[in-house]
Design a protein around this ligand. Sequence first.
Ligand code: GLC
Ligand code: MG
Length: 530
Amino acid sequence: MADELAWWQRGVIYQVYPRSFQDSDGDGVGDLNGVSSRLDYLQWLGVDAVWLSPIFPSPMKDFGYDVSDYTGVEPVFGTLYDFDRLLEDVHRRGMKLLLDFVPNHTSDRHPWFLDARSSRTSPKRDWYIWRDPRADGSPPNNWLSIFGGPGWTLDPPTGQFYYHSFLKEQPELNWRNPAVREAMFGVMRFWLGRGVDGFRIDVLHRVMKDAEFRDNPANPAFSPGMPPHQQYLGTYNSDLPEVHEVVAGMRRVTDEFPDRMLVGEIYLPVERLVVYYGEAGGGVHLPFNFQLIGLAWDARTVAAAVERYEGLLPAHGWPNWVLGNHDKPRVVTRIGPAQARVAAVLLFTLRGTPTLYYGDELGMPDVPIPPDRVQDPYEKNVPGLGLGRDPCRTPLPWDATANAGFTTGHPWLPIGDDFAARNVAAQRDNPGSMLTLHRRLITLRRDDPALLAGSYDPHAAGDDWFAFLRRYGDRRVFVALNFGSRPRRVEVPAGGRVLLSTHPARAGEAVRGPIEVGGDEGMVVELAPG
Ligand code: GLC
Ligand code: MG
C-alpha cells in the first residue's frame, strides 16, 4: 500500500556536494551553514532527503573522501554545532539527512594510519593492508590504483607496501580485522545516535580483498583510452563473496536505530548489484542503480535495461534510479538539454527511489575547467582521458549577481559562464524551465499512488520511443518518452488526461485515441480507471 511505504521508498533523495552548494563565509567553498541557509529551496523543490557528500575532517586530497577523523566536522565546512543545527532544521521540515560513510579507506593522516605506519609491531598495524615486496622489490601483486599507477605504495621505514584503490593518501582499511569492524560500526553509531537518517556508503563492493592477494586477470575488453586501471579485471579486489558479511554487519548496526537506511555506492553489473540487497533484505536498502548514467541513451536499450532490472530484483528489493553524481559527466552534457528533460520524466516516473544530483534540476551542464584551475586528483594523475570530475562539481548558480550568489569570495571551481541566465532565481517562476519541470514531477510523484507504489508494466517501444504503465489498484498512469526529435504516434490503452509534459502547454489535454508524442517530449497521462 502506498501509505505503508517507508520514507526512503516514497522519498526523493537530493545529493548535495557541500563544497559547491552555498558558501556562507566567503572562502569560496560551500559549507554547512550555506546548506542550512538554502533549506527553504530544497523544501520548496519538494525533495525528502538530503545526502551530503563527506563533511568530515580531511586533508582534501580527494575532497573529503580521504577522512582523517570520522566523528568530526571539517573546519572548512563548519563545526559539529553547525551540523547539529542543520540536522535539526532538516528534521523540523520533515526531511531526512544522509551522510557519506567512507569505510574502504581513511586519509593517510588519520591517527590510525599514523600509528599503523609507525612500526611493524604497532597496535594498529593490522588495521591496514600491508604486504612485503616481491623478491625483486616490486609491489606484492598487479593491483592498480583507480587514480593511476600501482595500488601499492612502499613505506620505506618499515619496508612494506600498503594497499590503496585510490590515492596513496587513501590507505585501505583491513575489514578482516574485527577491531576495524567494531571501530567503524562505532562511527556509524556515533552519527545515527546524533540523529542522522542513514548513510550513502562509499565503494562498498571494494571493502574486502582476496585473502591470498592473487594477481587480477587481464581484462580482454580493455583498449587504450579506457581508464588505465581497467586493464585488469577486479576479480580479487572487488565484489568478493565475503563483502556481504560486512554489509550485513552494517545493516545490523543501522537497524539498532528506528527508520534508518543505507544506500550503497556499488558499480557492478546488475546481476551482481542486486545481491547487495542481502539475503532476506539484510543488506543495504538501496544498492545504487547507476544504469541510466552508463547506458547509451537509446530508447530500446533503456527500456530493456529497466525490464531486466525489474526482473532481477529480489522479492524484498526496492528499486532506485540515478541520473548523475559527483563522479560522472552531468546528464545535460551526456544527452543534451532536450533529452535531459525526457530523462527527468523517466527518473521520477520509474518504480523506485529517485536520486537527484544538485544542479541537474537547473539543467546545469559540465563546466569546462581551464588547466590552471583543475582540482581533481583523478584529472591530475590520469590527464587527457576526460576522467576529471571537476566539470560536474562546479558551484550551483543561485541568481544573476556576482559569483551567482554562491560566494562573496573566489569560488574554488569556476562557475558556469551561463549563470546569468541559468540560475535558481531565473527558473523558479518560469513555467517552461527545467526547475519547474522537476518541481512538478516531484509533486506529481509524491501524491500519486500509482507512481509511488504501482507496478511497472512495459507497454511498447519503437526505435526512438518507449512507453510504460504504472498501475496501482485501478489507478493507471501512462508514461510515453520520445528519445528522438521526430513526433511519434503512440497507442494508449484507454482515454485519459495529460498530467504533465516536458512541453508544458500540453498539461490538461484530453486523450481519446492514440497520442502524438512530440519530438523530445516526455509525457505522463492519467488513464481512466480500469
Ligand atoms: C567514490 C566516490 C569518489 C571517490 C572515491 C574514493 O567512488 O564517489 O568521489 O573519489 O569513492 O573515495
Ligand atoms: Mg565557506
